[in-house]
Design a protein around this ligand. Structure first.
Ligand SMILES: *Cc1c(COP(=O)(O)O)cnc(C)c1O
Length: 395
């Protein structure tokens, strides 16, 4: 390897370690679930996006196995050459029915769905208006388009309106937002956003990755929670979180737009089709969600219980109405230490720091699942209290 590059990169990575910003991967020695095995020890897991507890559910595993038996392991093709099976069309129809949209197009991830979202629809004459806390995949998707970009302060509707006014000369305008913001856990103000979009003649795209399956009266996400069904033009979401947690994503929305993506979306045209086992497993998730709303109710009961116990204990919690609870620590190194010491107590959580969140805004993101028991939650809060006191985080 080139010596100069080696020296530069070594210094960069050592610097990260020095600042407490170096991310270590912990290897899990079991299936994903409420309790997992880490370093040979069982720990309670509070950092998966496994909101409905379906990641290890036998019904999903068996549905995926049946799909693999019937449709094979893979297709060795993109969709438009020879990568479309009946199971792909069935999944697209099931998602449209679940999200109550006109049509859906699958991608191998929501990252890819967001990479596809902007470029075919918005060019040099157009403007994309984006919340400053949008997920990295939205930011990267926007970069792939030649459209003008405007960014507004997080959930600041005055700032959004100023951007809309500023884009007055554009041919098309699109507002892009997360439905649930992954690091703070708060919900976008979709009612206000849709009203502004209608007033200023803009399209609306919502990434509901952290909401689809458990948020809203029947689990249809932030769009349902905010009562804006039919007013959002495009929804992107993942199957890699609440909906079984394997992988895969989609764009769902107006049929005309989905037609455009089938012709022009580059991650769809130039990347392999979704594996049949994932289609089969995800179809089973949707069947379970249509038949039974106990799971999503339990997710929210658990989240509300954890949130209220942590607030009573004196922790600094970001206000939100989702299963993401951000426990603010601010200091990078302290967040890492808190997570490490919680793991010693048998509670698996992760400290998030720059560049995932802003500098000086380090936190522990706790994620609740339908699979947690009340005792699990009480145990986690007690561990937070013990370690929080020992570290001087609680007065
Ligand atoms: C997780 C997430 C993604 C990425 O989803 P993948 O399917 O894992 O690529 C995209 N957008 C948001 C808001 C997310 O939270």
């Amino acid at each position: 390897m080139n010596e100069r590059v080696r020296a530069e990169l070594t210094e960069f990575l050592e610097g990260l370690k020095h600042e407490g910003l170096f991310k270590e991967e912990r290897v899990i020695e079991s299936a994903q679930g409420r309790q997992i095995t880490v370093s040979g020890r069982p720990v309670l897991n509070f950092c998966a996006n496994n909101y409905l507890g379906l990641s290890g559910d036998r019904r999903i595993v068996e549905a995926a196995q049946r799909a693999m038996d019937r449709w094979g392991f893979g297709l060795s093709s993109v969709r438009f050459i020879c990568g479309t099976q009946a199971v792909h069309k069935e999944l697209e129809a099931a998602i449209s029915s679940f999200l109550r949209t006109e049509d859906t197009i699958l991608f191998s991830s929501c990252y890819d769905a967001n990479a596809a979202l902007f470029e075919p629809l918005l060019g040099e004459e157009d403007t994309i208006i984006s919340d400053e806390l949008n997920h990295a995949s939205i930011i990267d998707g926007i970069r792939l388009s030649k459209a003008r970009r405007l960014r507004y302060r997080h959930s600041d509707m005055g700032a959004l309106e100023a951007c809309l006014a500023e884009s007055g000369e554009s041919r098309r305008r699109l507002i892009a937002t997360d439905g649930v913001f992954s690091m703070d856990g708060d919900v976008a103000k979709l009612k206000e956003i849709c009203a502004l979009a209608e007033r200023y003649d803009a399209l609306v795209a919502v990434d509901d990755s952290h909401a689809t399956g458990y948020l809203g009266e029947t689990g249809r996400g932030s769009v349902e929670l905010c009562g804006v069904e039919g007013r959002v033009d495009l929804i992107t979401t993942t199957f890699g979180k609440a909906c079984g947690g394997a992988s895969g994503g989609c764009i769902s929305g107006r049929r005309l737009l989905v037609d455009l993506y089938r012709q022009r979306a580059r991650p769809y045209l130039f990347s392999n089709t979704l594996a049949p086992a994932i289609c089969g497993g995800t179809l089973e998730v949707l069947r379970i969600l249509e038949a039974d709303d106990q799971l999503r109710k339990r997710t929210m009961e658990n989240a509300n219980l954890f949130r209220s116990l942590m607030i009573s204990a004196g922790f600094d919690i970001i206000a939100a109405e989702t299963a993401i609870v951000a426990v603010m620590v601010y200091d990078e190194a302290k967040a890492v230490e808190l997570a490490t010491r919680l793991l010693d107590e048998g509670i698996y959580v992760i400290g998030f720091s720059y560049p995932v969140v802003a500098k000086g805004k380090a936190r522990i993101r706790v994620q609740l699942s339908a699979s947690h028991t009340q005792e699990d939650i009480v145990r986690a809060v007690e561990a937070f209290k013990t370690v929080g006191r020992a570290m001087g985080l609680l007065s």
